[in-house]
Design a protein around this ligand. Structure first.
Ligand SMILES: Nc1ncnc2c1ncn2[C@@H]1O[C@H](COP(=O)(O)OP(=O)(O)OP(=O)(O)O)[C@@H](O)[C@H]1O
Length: 607
């Protein structure tokens, strides 16, 4: 009960109502294991982490929970020795067992264990030790294949499910190859689309390198005028381009370039910046790795133009599918008001296991839903672009620690973020299959079980089929009638991706009452402004009820992202910049771009 007590510290909590959740946090309770039991079979097939026998449920196990052996020694010698592959067909069998598909010439055999990797590639002692002390007992399939490839100096284009350990798959080989800290300047560059992801990658690198290493992160919050020399630079694209243009960073020594969430980075809005980054890195001797959980064919074609001819493509499982440890379901709510009733029912009956992450399509809707749930007395918070950096960091920490049970978020939290989430609710229907896969991928990570529920209204029905396909491919039960639904046309899918549909306000209040409250608030604001003007002070920006930072308006009038791609960079300044951007535009007329993110108010730290 101690864990439960510390998790609920400071929260108003109805233990009777949430009895099943209380059981989850009971150390000896069996609620969690019951929950896991239902997906045990699926787990076994996709037990990337080799934890199925020890998995006792998301709340009671940590993502990197070390085995008993690992806990007592950091020495990989205590691992059983593996039998080397006797033939090519043995390699093929191993790949088939682990659902590894490769495409390329002269592909090295996958590694079978961390000990095997250390022995084959002479991995430095301290790196091997740190892998073990981080609690990683055996490599995941993406690590099994991508690590040997990167260690052999090959370019890699990799697609593996969410939460399958892609970060370590590139971090370990890079750290090994950089060997020692040096004063040379940036030798490894990792680019990721959001500030939160950049910080998370830094933590993962920190698990493998010692204090002597200089790892620097670059985000909107980092000054670029006093940039220290570093071995590994992890950055969002926009800030990096600003640093390049200001002459604050030299990338001519970069040997390793990684694009994490590669498909996002190759979308219009980002790709122009990626072009500039590539132009600043040397072409000879540069090893490029691209990783994501989703890779559309057009993106793959584009990606290959910046990679060497002998690039190897690695796909784990089926391309563009969700992790099979997630139990996915669809719930018809009729209309928007039905959604609010359904979520109240879901949250109040204690049917769902916290932490619960709820996705909506815009900042406004995140605020609206937050107001509704917070008045219900729920332990809920909201995270989006209008919140300050400090607020966002605090909320994520609270959620990670389990102090916060329900978090409402926009799509900015959909990619890469590694947290222990038991349930994901798509309150607003995702605007693309990719968005769906990344959103629900915040749960069911590192081999653990998770649950994802997607609400849909009559208006969303035409787009149901794409999601149904993902569910089916990842092994979830789908009613027959759903499989016979017509798929939306390519045009309609593009339209949805470009702009989420207009939806009725999330509110239990009548339109009349909503307007009344709005009028009252406007009057108060106007009176405050008059008073300040009379006192000769500049009128401050209007404060939000929940203390949020108001969105800056861009020149075009849209919501301005705090770290927005494209903003503040001098377009096309880098030498040879924009070849990929041109191709991206051509390949993806009307694709999901930056302007769309702004319109929907969905971004905060993109770039
Ligand atoms: N070999 C391993 N054994 C156990 N846990 C691991 C291993 N490798 C990574 N992990 C853990 O798995 C979790 C997910 O890893 P990571 O964030 O790299 O996933 P990802 O594939 O990049 O996911 P996403 O596509 O959502 O970004 C992390 O908590 C990480 O520490």
């Amino acid at each position: 009960m101690d864990i439960f007590r510390s998790l609920t510290g400071g929260a108003r909590f109805d233990k009777k109502r949430f009895q099943s959740d209380v059981q989850v946090f009971e150390t000896k309770g069996d609620a969690a294991s019951t929950n896991v039991g239902t997906v045990a079979t699926a787990l076994k097939a996709l037990d990337f982490f080799g934890t199925s026998s020890s998995t006792s449920g998301p709340a009671s196990s940590t993502p990197t929970a070390p085995s008993a052996a690992a806990a007592t020694t950091n020495d990989l010698d205590s691992d059983p020795a593996v039998t080397p592959f006797s033939s090519d067909s043995a390699v093929q069998d191993f790949r088939r067992t682990h659902r590894i598909k490769v495409d390329g010439v002269d592909v090295p055999a996958p590694t079978q264990s961390f000990r095997d990797l250390r022995d084959t590639y002479a991995i430095r002692d301290h790196v091997a030790r740190n892998v073990r002390s981080a609690g990683y007992t055996s490599p995941t399939p993406i690590q099994m294949q991508a690590m040997p490839l990167i260690l052999r100096g090959r370019d890699v284009l990799a697609c593996a499910p969410t939460g399958s350990g892609k970060t370590l798959a590139y971090v370990l080989p890079i750290v090994h190859q950089l060997a020692e800290p040096s004063k040379e300047g940036v030798r490894a560059l990792i680019v990721a689309p959001t500030r939160e992801l950049v910080l998370q990658i830094e933590r993962e690198v920190g698990k493998l390198v010692g204090k002597k290493w200089r790892v620097h992160v670059l985000t909107k919050a980092t000054p670029i005028d006093r940039m220290p020399k570093c071995d590994i630079l992890i950055s969002t694209p926009m800030r990096l381009v600003q640093a390049i243009q200001a002459g604050a960073v030299q990338l001519n020594r970069v040997k390793h370039l990684v694009l994490d969430e590669a498909d996002k980075l190759l979308e219009l809005g980002f790709v122009e910046q990626v072009d500039e980054i590539l132009a600043a890195c040397p072409t000879t001797q540069r090893q490029t790795s691209l990783f994501s959980a989703t890779l559309a064919s057009a993106v793959e074609q584009l990606a290959k133009t910046v990679m060497r001819d002998d690039v190897v493509r690695v796909i784990i499982g089926l391309k563009n599918t969700a992790t099979s440890t997630i139990t996915q379901s669809l719930v018809f709510t009729g209309d928007e008001s039905g959604k609010l009733m359904t979520i109240r029912q879901h949250l109040k009956t204690g049917e769902l296991h916290p932490p619960v992450l709820i996705f909506v399509q815009s900042i406004d809707r995140a605020k609206e839903l937050f107001r509704e749930l917070v008045y219900d007395g729920m332990n809920v918070d909201v995270i989006h672009a209008d919140r300050t950096k400090q607020q966002r960091d605090k909320i994520i920490d609270q959620f990670r620690l389990g102090h916060l049970w329900i978090l409402i978020a926009t799509d900015v939290l959909a990619r890469g973020i590694d947290m222990v989430v038991q349930t994901v609710i798509n309150y607003d229907f995702p605007t693309s299959v990719e968005a769906y896969i990344h959103r629900i991928g915040r749960t069911g990570r590192a081999g653990r079980a998770g649950r994802a529920i997607t609400y849909f209204t009559r208006d969303d029905a035409p787009h149901l089929r794409s999601i149904v396909n993902v569910m089916k491919e990842s092994g979830c039960d789908v009613p027959e009638w759903m499989l016979s639904l017509k798929k939306a046309s390519q045009n309609d899918r593009k339209k949805l991706k470009k702009s989420a549909p207009k939806r009725a306000t999330i509110s239990t209040m009548s339109k009349y009452d909503v307007n009344k409250v709005k009028r009252k608030r406007d009057m108060i604001d106007a009176s405050k402004r008059r008073k300040l003007k009379a006192e000769g002070k500049l009128p401050p920006a209007p404060a939000e009820e929940d203390g949020e930072r108001p969105a800056k308006k861009s020149k075009k009038g849209g919501d301005e992202a705090a770290d927005g791609a494209g903003a503040g960079t001098k377009k096309g300044k880098g030498k040879g910049a924009a070849p990929m951007a041109k191709k991206a535009k051509k390949a993806k007329k009307g694709g999901e771009g930056r302007a769309h993110e702004r319109r929907e108010g969905r971004c905060w730290t993109w770039g």
